[in-house]
Write a protein of this length. Structure first.
Length: 164
């Protein structure tokens, strides 16, 4: 179980949700413990995002067009085509995946967007957060918030509590 300092958890299914009341993004991992009991782990503190290539656009106009929580300028290689040099991108962060989707739909036809999956953004989130959803995870159980729903126990954790 999860009474010690750490426990092992095997995710079987992943979905995205929004926390009732605050509207914050939650990555839900449904799975089992080593003893076979069902458990849902809600991973909090993650901000959904998408990237826009900055090359020849008016950055001030772009920033004023999008309703975001925060943004940063990053250097990366685009995944489409081959590039020797790093390119500049704006990475826009949002409160939840619903707002991200609305904003992405507003700008996707006018700008070159990346990390722009309209339906399965959690795949990008799990890669960026280095969460392997295909093998056993070790979760630090300090400071966990416990809850129940109709079928299983629910734990609320932050990304840094998942160590493997």
């Amino acid at each position: 179980d999860y009474d010690g300092k750490q426990f092992h958890f095997l995710p079987i299914d992943v979905d995205e949700s929004t926390e009732y009341g605050t509207g914050e993004y939650i990555l839900r991992l449904h799975g089992i413990l080593t003893n076979g009991r069902k458990l849902r782990v809600d991973v909090c503190g993650i901000k959904p995002f998408f990237d826009i290539l900055v090359d020849e656009i008016d950055a001030n106009q772009l920033v004023s067009e999008i309703e975001y929580d925060s943004y940063e300028l990053i250097q990366a290689k685009p995944i489409m085509s081959f590039y020797v040099d790093m390119r500049r991108f704006f990475r826009f962060y949002f409160k939840n995946h619903i707002i991200r989707l609305e904003q992405l739909r507003r700008v996707k036809d006018r700008y070159l967007t990346y990390s722009n999956d309209l339906t399965f953004h959690y795949r990008k989130i799990t890669r960026e957060c280095e969460l392997d959803v295909t093998q056993w995870q070790v979760v630090n159980s300090s400071g966990l918030i416990y809850g129940d729903n109709k079928y299983r126990k629910v734990l609320r954790v932050y990304r840094d509590q998942i160590v493997e």
